[in-house]
Ligand binder design. Sequence first.
Ligand SMILES: C[S@@+](CC[C@H](N)C(=O)[O-])C[C@H]1O[C@@H](n2cnc3c(N)ncnc32)[C@H](O)[C@@H]1O
Length: 206
Amino acid sequence: MEIILKYFPDLTEAQKQQFASLYDLYTDWNAKINVISRKDIENLYEHHVLHSLGIAKIISFKPDTRIMDLGTGGGFPGIPLAILFPEVKFHLVDSIGKKVRVATEVANSIGLKNVTFRHARAEEEKQLFDFVVSRAVMPLADLLKIIRKNIAPQQHNALPNGLICLKGGELANEAMPFKHKTMMYDLKDYFDEEFFETKKVVYVAP
Ligand SMILES: C[S@@+](CC[C@H](N)C(=O)[O-])C[C@H]1O[C@@H](n2cnc3c(N)ncnc32)[C@H](O)[C@@H]1O
């Protein structure tokens, strides 16, 4: 939890409480329904919560921005971002119902009011969003095909509406969608821990 305060020192008391509650909630739920590798649960704050918040180092979403988390699993990056941006609306989608249940239970337990959930394949989601965020779900090119229908035409933020993905070293093996405007940010420029050495945030305009 200290690691969150190290990089996000301006949290309100309510946000601190919400982040602090995540450890016990994910430890309990993960024992029942696997959403995080069991041996990685002790690294929850560094590998999952702070990693999710890496997106906030490249964009500060305006209030009322609408964001879909495609393939949220147990709620990453959607839940940490929803805590950090209480005035932004998040829609967490996953095709596996029991994972959506974990994300829903965690969000309800900490009183998150700015999150909705859907158990479905993202291909079936028809709503419009300003951004789609995603971590560890599928290659960029496949994500782009799915989310083209979901990106709203009106702009409200410093970055044009589009896709924001958390990617690791595997990115070197991915075909980059060269036809699209793409920006890449190294999380090692923001976070000192070794885990972030190869981690990137990739923004792609649809
Ligand atoms: C490796 S997990 C990552 C979960 C979470 N984003 C994280 O980083 O912890 C990938 C998730 O994507 C979901 N997924 C894969 N394809 C999907 C699709 N087409 N629509 C919705 N969810 C999908 C899977 O059900 C799975 O929960």
